[in-house]
Design a protein around this ligand. Structure first.
Ligand code: FAD
Length: 365
């Protein structure tokens, strides 16, 4: 086990089930991981981060995902916020914000709105200049980690284009309402936001303001897709471990469940699901690390395949555990609820398939 993996294993311990039940990860836990830069591990060493490449960060993300998808979701938001600043901010913004994020200032990222889910082109939040300030008005839905955040990285309309603005969570006019009845990733700090005439300093507007909204959103979503995809590898690792432990220790009809061929078949299916997801994530991370022009499609593919495998795999794991997997407190029941959400976020299964089909048609000779 690598050093960050050992650190996070020690910090999570046996608390994931309690965090899921209470809907809360202690803020001190997030700060402890955050201060070492482990919530956004691809931030470079020049900015005080661990500087992992995508492949190593992916494997670390999978490890966190195998322990607790809520914590992994918070990591996805923090890493995505850092990546957005890295790519869409100017040098001065990178110099200020990246060291803060790598030192544990917590951030959440907001694209979605009541009227703009799959169709981010329908975003209605506005960002406008007023003197030496920037004013933000609108609503955001489903913002992971917003209940823990110090900063919000928000997308909106800016004139005829788009922009990203960094809003401190104590800004007047900002209301954050945590969601307490989410199907899965229950401790990920999901919240809705209302922004009523929220005023921030001009330097909080990332330098890329005015670029097309779809272009800006794709930058953030590509990181998010990679992180969710690797998190799903972790869900499958956790499910395989739990299914094998149970199937080799519980006996029915005088022998271990694993010796019944239909149960053995489930174990094989889970193993295959994990391998498929891991290999496709490795491919996407290599595209990232090599700067391949195929990255955007590889990230959609990785997220789509991994989420689908995790949702099916978690259901298989519940089946193997039978009644032992049929309570909220069981690891596989948590995985089952968490994995389903991975088919919705960062581009739903349907939107992913549409994007992949578009890519196939575009490449056709
Ligand atoms: P809709 O867009 O209304 O879609 C409903 C269904 O219709 C889906 O199955 C969808 O695939 C399908 N559909 C829609 N359009 C089409 C089409 N053209 N063709 C075929 N099918 C279609 N957002 C953020 O900005 N930040 C976050 O941190 C964040 N975290 C989230 C965490 C969780 C747990 C969840 C559930 C959501 C989160 N979201 C976040 C929002 C998420 O990105 C949206 O839920 C997602 O984009 C889908 O939008 P929607 O829920 O409005 O569904």
């Amino acid at each position: 086990m690598s050093e960050p993996e050992a650190l996070v294993t020690g910090i999570v311990g046996d608390q994931a089930e309690e965090w899921d039940r209470t809907g809360r990860i202690p803020i001190e836990t997030l700060r402890e991981l955050g201060k070492g830069g482990w919530l956004c591990a691809q931030v470079g060493t020049a900015h005080g981060g661990p500087g992992l490449d995508s492949l190593r960060n992916g494997r670390f993300t999978a490890h966190v995902g195998s322990l607790c998808s809520s914590l992994r979701s918070v990591m996805t938001s923090q890493g995505m916020a850092a990546w957005i600043v890295q790519r869409l901010g100017g040098a001065g913004q990178r110099a200020t914000l990246l060291p803060a994020l790598a030192a544990g200032t917590l951030a959440a990222v907001g694209f979605s709105e009541p009227g703009a889910g799959s169709d981010l082109g329908a975003m209605a939040t506005t960002i406008r200049d007023e003197g030496d300030t920037v004013v933000v008005d609108g609503r955001k839905m489903w913002i992971t980690a917003a209940a823990y955040a110090d900063l919000l990285v928000l997308f909106g309309r800016y004139g005829s284009g788009g922009a990203v603005v960094v809003v401190p969570c104590d800004a007047p006019g900002l209301e954050i309402t945590p969601l307490d009845d989410v199907l899965g990733c229950r401790a990920a700090g999901h919240a809705g936001l209302v922004l009523d005439n929220v005023r921030v300093r001009r330097e909080n507007l990332l330098d890329s303001a005015g670029a097309p909204l779809s272009l800006l959103a794709t930058v953030g979503l590509t990181y998010g897709r990679m992180s969710v995809a690797w998190g799903c590898v972790g869900i499958l690792d956790g499910c395989l471990g739990a299914a094998v432990r149970h199937a080799t220790t519980r006996e029915q009809f005088g022998r271990a469940l694993s010796e019944h061929q239909l149960v053995a078949g489930h174990l094989a299916d889970l193993y295959v699901a994990g391998q498929v997801a891991r290999r496709i994530c490795e491919h996407a991370s290599r595209c990232w690390d090599e700067g391949s022009p195929e990255l955007a499609t590889a990230a959609v593919l990785a997220k789509h395949v991994s989420a689908t495998q995790a949702a099916t795999g978690a259901a298989t794991a519940v089946q193997v555990l039978g009644g032992a997997g049929a309570r909220d407190s069981s690891l596989v029941a948590r995985a089952y609820r968490d994995a389903k959400l991975m088919e919705i976020i960062e581009g739903s299964n349907e939107l992913s398939r549409l994007a992949l089909a578009e890519d196939v048609v575009r490449r056709a000779p």
